[in-house]
Design a protein around this ligand. Structure first.
Ligand SMILES: *[C@@H]1O[C@H](CO)[C@@H](O)[C@H](O)[C@H]1NC(C)=O
Ligand SMILES: *[C@@H]1O[C@H](CO)[C@@H](O)[C@H](O)[C@H]1NC(C)=O
Ligand SMILES: *[C@@H]1O[C@H](CO)[C@@H](O)[C@H](O)[C@H]1NC(C)=O
Length: 441
């Protein structure tokens, strides 16, 4: 009796590990079989797009990750998604370990420039073959696809001393405003009103902040018809105000993302210490003092005590979540399904957005690993998504304007930081009206 019970125990003791080991073996065999039979999709894309250091068929790429690290859904067919998939795989710090600089390292702007320079910046017809419906697409989409591999363009008018200039004080706020060569009037109205460059004093003569303004321009788009030659005027304007940055690419709607990318590169070289950046269009109106007040508050809050990280993830604007690409072929924002699939990441509307200088440096870094996207505010959202930084919504950013019946009442602007859109004349009137604080609001 006692013996057989002992035997049973012994049997159990011996058998149990065997059963477990055999299960483990079966599991390993199944996993190996799955791994071996799984062949990662090999996208057929031109090699020169891939960043230097590895090429798709040299075998130098890390194997396709079975589990995603950064939301790596490969959605077959859509060009942007496929390109981004390759980049994510190449620059995934877990897969690649030391061979890729991690995005948090090295704020050195020269290295990426070198990499990008090595690709010829010419339209490349080969790209057309990667969109099955290329020939039916609107021209702006075609143009974008043919040159989306290129993001290095020379700067034709530069302001290297904008931040270091006369007084070596670092600007508190840098206003970077997207404009077009022809919009002289908008720029002048902005200089005379909300975009005044220089020290801005608070109402009571208390604190003061240094503000700098710069306009982001590109070459006139001659494809939409002949243009009067405005270069001499621009030269005069630039030498008078010293606030123009002009790059050598076509100033078109789908090229606006280039202005962000090139501005971040410029910033990391010439103004890395700036506290905050406002980036907006030349047809918005900003209550600059209210904005400065708000930012000052943020700075005090975020850097109070020992929070050295305080401002590295500050970005605020009119935040748009869960937006879908526009699929109406005749609209300005049309993005075909063959180019991009999925929803857009949460992004701050492009009419006006404010972020910290520290975040701008991180954006400059991470944007190198994000494929260019034709809509600039969505591209910003994509970069923020890669950084894991959610933008903060502020109800004072009215990119869709105030209700029509209160637009001309100064009181209605009480809680507004930014409003879209105002003509140069309206800017001057509104600015004047808002100088006198209304007594009852
Ligand atoms: C990464 O590089 C550093 C410095 O070159 C080295 O000390 C470290 O051991 C490397 N880590 C890995 C995982 O290779
Ligand atoms: C952007 O600019 C480049 C360089 O000027 C040009 O080749 C390309 O067609 C432009 N893209 C769009 C979408 O206009
Ligand atoms: C801030 O942190 C540093 C180290 O992280 C520490 O040496 C210092 O005492 C801290 N200061 C305060 C005011 O807590």
């Amino acid at each position: 009796m006692a013996r057989s019970r002992c035997n049973g125990k012994l049997l159990c003791l011996c058998l149990l590990p065997c059963v477990m080991v055999s299960h483990l073996l079966v599991y390993i065999m199944v996993s190996v079989f799955v791994a071996v039979s799984y062949s990662p999709p090999v996208p057929q894309l031109p090699l020169h797009f891939i960043a230097t250091g590895a090429s798709a068929n040299s075998g130098a790429l890390a194997s396709h990750p079975v589990r995603p690290f950064w939301n790596l859904r490969l959605e077959d067919g859509a060009l942007w998604n496929r390109l981004q998939h390759i980049w994510d795989r190449e620059h995934n710090p877990i897969l690649r370990g030391n061979s890729t600089r991690s995005t948090s390292q090295s704020l050195d702007a020269d290295q990426p420039q070198e990499m990008i320079k090595s690709h010829a910046c010419e339209q490349d017809k080969a790209w057309a073959s990667h969109l099955p419906d290329f020939n039916t697409l609107p021209n702006q989409m075609k143009d974008f696809v043919l040159s989306m591999h290129c993001r290095h363009y020379a700067i034709l008018v530069d302001q290297p001393d904008l931040c270091a200039g006369q007084d070596s004080e670092t600007p508190f706020l840098l206003m970077a405003i997207k404009s077009q060569i022809g919009n002289f009037e908008n720029r002048q109205a902005i200089r005379e009103t909300w975009g005044k460059s220089g020290p801005i004093q608070e109402g009571g003569g208390g604190r003061g902040w240094l503000v700098r303004t710069v306009f982001l321009l590109a070459r006139q788009d001659t494809e939409t018809g002949p243009h009067p030659d405005l270069n001499a005027l621009l030269k005069l304007e630039s030498s008078t105000h010293k606030d123009i940055l002009l790059w050598d690419f076509k100033d078109s709607f789908f090229n606006l993302t280039l202005k962000d990318v090139l501005f971040w590169n410029w910033l990391s070289k010439h103004c890395p210490q700036v506290h905050f950046i406002f980036k907006g269009d030349d047809d918005v109106f900003v209550r600059t003092k209210a904005l400065l007040d708000y930012l000052d508050q943020i700075r005090v809050e975020k850097t109070r005590g020992n929070k050295t990280k305080g401002l590295v993830d500050f970005v605020v604007g009119d935040v748009i979540a869960n937006a879908w690409p526009n699929r109406q072929p005749n609209t300005k924002y049309y993005i075909p399904e063959s180019f991009y699939k999925g929803t857009y990441p949460t992004y701050p509307g492009g009419g006006g957005v404010v972020y910290s200088g520290a975040l701008a440096m991180r954006l400059q870094e991470v944007s190198r690993w994000v494929s260019l996207f034709p809509i600039d505010d969505v591209f910003l959202g994509m970069c923020l998504h890669r950084l894991g930084v959610p933008p903060t919504h502020h109800s004072g950013f009215l990119t869709f304007d105030l209700p029509e019946d209160v637009r001309d009442k100064p009181c209605a602007y009480h809680n507004v930081l930014l409003v879209h859109r105002r003509t140069p004349k309206e800017m001057l009137t509104l600015w004047k009206e808002l100088q006198v604080p209304p007594h009852e609001c």
